[in-house]
Design a protein around this ligand. Structure first.
Ligand code: MG
Length: 306
């Protein structure tokens, strides 16, 4: 018999928002290169890292998998660029983690939602970090150890796969990577993943229940944490901001979609016309669900609307 978390995982994998992840940008605009990481491949990497850690720590692997697979369902087209534009346009604000929860609670299955367990829902909505650094004082709470594992797995996955994409895009050279961090984490992608995953497992060993009475914490050892933060800061300075600057066209597409769809509410598909929602809310839900290509096509089509 399937457990509740296996059932949640299966419901996530079969939902429409999950299928659309394959055509959504992670950092570099996905339709421009076949080998860039997309939301879907990112999601799969997070799931693998989270499961490896959960298994080693004797935690619930199915829960870790379900949270990982659902964590980015609310991401907009064009990565964080799309998120920033929606956040600035929509009065109530927009955050992808809250939208992920909205997708599984409300939008999927024609407005019925997926009826997931609180553990999976909590892990999804609390996966996003609010602080500047990994595990800093503003890191934020997650209700389960598996959710905490997923939050770290998300970062472990992206600080590594985004290096590959940045090199592929010509934004950085391998030699540009901060050597202080590389010495500790490793030079190759697989070395770094191995260092980070092993470190989380070693540091969080209490979570296995090996020592009764001690409070389990999911974390990283100080030197590895420091190296991961150096690498992450480097990516922010050298890659994410640059990728964002190049995304002015994507930004304009989201602005055009928002303005035009508010004016032409009749163009919204029936599934986004929930009676209890404002026009703005419906438009945000619709745009957030779009893939990059769908958004580009629709923006072109809009020019023919009267
Ligand atoms: Mg993610």
């Amino acid at each position: 018999m399937r457990t509740a978390f296996q059932r949640d995982r299966d419901r996530i994998i079969h939902c429409k928002a999950f299928r659309r992840l394959k055509h959504k940008t992670q950092v570099f605009i996905a339709p421009l290169g076949d080998h860039y990481v997309t939301r879907l491949t990112h999601t799969l990497e997070v799931s693998q890292v989270a499961r490896s850690i959960a298994r080693a720590l004797n935690l619930n692997e199915d829960l870790a998998e379900a949270i990982s697979l659902g964590h980015d369902l609310g991401h907009t087209p064009f990565g964080h660029v799309g998120e920033e534009v929606l956040n600035s346009l929509y009065r109530e604000g927009f955050r992808h983690n809250e939208q992920s929860l909205r997708v599984v609670d409300v939008l999927e299955k024609d407005g019925h939602g997926l009826n997931l367990t609180w553990e999976v829902r909590d892990g999804i909505v609390n996966h996003a970090k609010t602080g500047a650094d990994i595990l800093d004082e503003k890191w934020g709470e997650v209700g389960t150890l598996e959710g905490q594992v997923c939050k770290l797995a998300d970062i472990i996955a992206y600080i590594n796969h985004d290096i590959g994409d940045a090199v592929r895009a010509g934004a950085i050279l391998d030699d540009d990577l901060p050597s202080q961090a590389m010495v500790i984490l490793g030079r190759s992608h697989s070395e770094r993943i191995n260092t980070l995953v092993s470190d989380v497992i070693d540091f969080s060993w209490v979570a296995t229940g090996a020592y009764s009475g001690e409070r389990p914490i999911i974390g990283m050892s100080p030197p590895v944490l420091e190296a991961a933060n150096i690498l992450r800061r480097f990516l922010f300075e050298r890659v994410y901001t640059v990728a964002r600057d190049e995304a002015e066209h994507a930004r304009e597409v989201v602005r055009v979609l928002y303005r035009s769809l508010i004016e032409h509410g009749e163009k919204l598909p029936a599934e986004y016309c929930r009676r209890e929602d404002s026009v703005e809310r419906r438009v945000v839900d619709y745009i957030a669900g779009m893939t990059d290509n769908y958004a580009l096509r629709m923006a072109e089509e809009i020019s023919s609307w009267a």
